[in-house]
Design a protein around this ligand. Structure first.
Ligand SMILES: Cc1cc2nc3c(=O)[nH]c(=O)nc-3n(C[C@H](O)[C@H](O)[C@H](O)COP(=O)(O)O)c2cc1C
Length: 357
C-alpha cells in the first residue's frame, strides 16, 4: 500500500517499484508496448488468451457488435493500431486505436508524460503523435484479417497544422480512410493538447462536424468523446445533440486540465506543466458525467465510461450507473499486463457474489 492508500500488488508491483518507476515514463510505456505488440508474433497470443480470456458470461452486445468483455483499452495507448491483437490476448474486449490524425505528426516535444505516483495518475501532453490515417488504415486492414481479435474502435482528431476553421475537412479525410476498417469510429473533440480542439465542443461547431463525419462514416457506428471540464449543462446539451443527430454513442471522458485535490507534491505537479490529467483523481467527475448523460439519453444509446477506473468494483460501478462499456488507460501503467484479466475475474466474482446473496 502506498502512503496515500493507492495499492499495487504482486510481481508487477516489484517490477514497477524497482525498475519501471525509475525509467522515463514514455520509455517505460514504449518498452511495455513493444512486448504487448510482440505477443502474437512470438506465438504467445494463444497462450496468453487461454490464461486471460474473459468468461463468456461477461460478453456484451452493443453497437451491433459482440464485445467479449465490457472492459476495453482507451484511446492513446495504441496510437497506430500496432498492438491490437496483443491487447486482445491480454483480455481487453475492445481496443480504441488513436487518436489518428489525417496527417502524420510527431506530437509535442519530450518529456511529455509525467507520473503522479501517490495519486495513481499521470499528466500527458503527447499531442497526437501518430503515423497518420493512411498508415493506420493499412495497419488495421491487417488486424481485421486475424481470426480472433477484439472489437476495434478508431478515434480520430484534428491534425495540428490544420486551422480550427478547416477542421471538418481534416476529420473527413481521416473518416474516409478509417471508417471502412473500424468497428466503430470516434470523433475526439476533447484532448487538451491540440490548441483549439476542445472549442469544437461548442454546439454550433459540433453539430455540423458530427453531421458531416456521420455521413462519411456510413454504416460504421459513430461516437463522440467529450471532456470532463465541460459544465453539467454543456454535457447535457451534447448528450441531447448526439441523440438528435442519430449518433451511436458518447465516450466520457477524456483527461482533465484541472489539478485540484491531488496528493502529489505540488512542486512535482507544477514541474510537469500543462497537459491532461488522468487516473484516480478523474474518477469522481467521470462518474458524474456518465450519470448526467444517462439521465438524458435513451437506454439504447451506447455510453462508454472512461476516467480513473482502477478495480473491478470501479468497472461494475460504471456499469451500474448506466455505462454500456468501460475503458481504462492510466491504471494499466500502474497495474501491469494482467490488469484486464484482474478486472474480468473481479467482475465475475462480484456477479457470483450477487447471485449467492
Ligand atoms: C498518455 C495518454 C495519452 C492519451 N492519448 C489520447 C488520445 O490520443 N486520444 C484520446 O481520445 N484520449 C487519449 N487519452 C485519454 C484516455 O483515452 C482516457 O480518456 C483518459 O486517460 C481517462 O482514462 P484513465 O483515467 O483510465 O486513463 C490519453 C491518455 C493518456 C494517459
Amino acid at each position: 500500500m502506498c502512503p496515500n492508500g493507492y495499492s499495487r500488488t504482486g510481481m508487477y508491483r516489484v517490477l514497477f517499484d524497482l525498475i519501471l518507476s525509475r525509467l522515463d515514463p514514455e520509455r517505460a510505456h514504449h518498452l511495455a508496448f513493444l512486448v504487448i505488440r510482440a505477443l502474437p508474433a512470438l506465438g504467445l497470443g494463444g497462450l496468453a488468451r487461454r490464461y486471460t480470456a474473459p468468461d463468456p458470461s461477461l460478453a456484451v452486445e452493443a453497437l451491433g457488435l459482440r464485445f467479449a468483455s465490457p472492459f476495453g483499452v482507451a484511446a492513446g495507448f495504441d496510437k497506430d493500431g500496432e498492438a491490437v491483437l496483443g491487447l486482445g490476448a491480454l483480455g481487453f474486449g475492445h481496443v480504441e486505436v488513436g487518436t489518428v490524425t489525417a496527417r502524420p505528426q510527431p506530437g509535442n516535444e519530450k518529456p511529455r508524460l509525467f507520473r503522479l505516483i501517490p495519486d495513481g495518475a499521470v499528466i500527458n501532453r503527447m499531442g497526437f503523435n501518430n503515423n497518420g490515417a493512411g498508415c493506420a488504415a493499412n495497419q488495421l486492414l491487417r488486424v481485421r484479417r486475424a481470426r480472433r481479435r477484439p472489437v476495434l474502435g478508431v478515434n480520430i482528431g484534428k491534425s495540428r497544422v490544420v486551422a480550427v476553421e478547416d477542421a471538418t475537412a481534416d476529420y473527413l479525410t481521416s473518416a474516409r480512410a478509417l471508417a471502412p476498417v473500424a468497428d466503430y469510429l470516434v470523433v475526439n473533440v476533447s484532448s487538451p493538447n491540440t490548441p483549439g480542439l476542445r472549442g469544437l465542443q461548442e454546439l454550433e461547431l459540433l453539430a455540423p462536424l458530427l453531421t458531416a463525419v456521420k455521413e462519411v462514416a456510413g454504416d460504421t457506428p459513430l461516437l463522440v468523446k467529450i471532456a470532463p471540464d465541460l459544465t453539467d449543462d454543456q454535457v447535457e446539451r451534447i448528450a441531447r445533440l448526439t441523440v438528435e443527430l442519430g449518433l451511436a454513442g458518447i465516450i466520457a471522458t477524456n483527461t482533465t486540465i484541472a489539478r485540484e485535490g491531488l496528493r502529489t507534491d505540488p512542486a512535482v505537479v507544477e514541474a510537469a506543466g500543462a497537459g491532461g490529467l488522468s487516473g484516480t483523481p478523474l474518477a469522481a467527475r467521470s462518474l458524474e458525467v456518465l450519470r448526467l448523460i444517462r439521465a438524458v439519453v435513451p437506454p439504447e444509446l451506447c455510453v462508454i465510461s472512461v476516467g480513473g477506473v482502477d478495480t473491478a468494483e470501479d468497472v461494475q460501478e460504471r456499469l451500474d450507473a448506466g455505462a454500456t462499456l468501460v475503458q481504462g488507460y492510466t491504471a494499466f501503467l500502474y497495474r501491469g499486463p494482467l490488469w484486464a484479466r484482474q478486472i474480468n475475474r473481479g467482475l465475475l466474482r462480484l456477479r457470483s457474489a450477487l447471485v449467492e446473496a
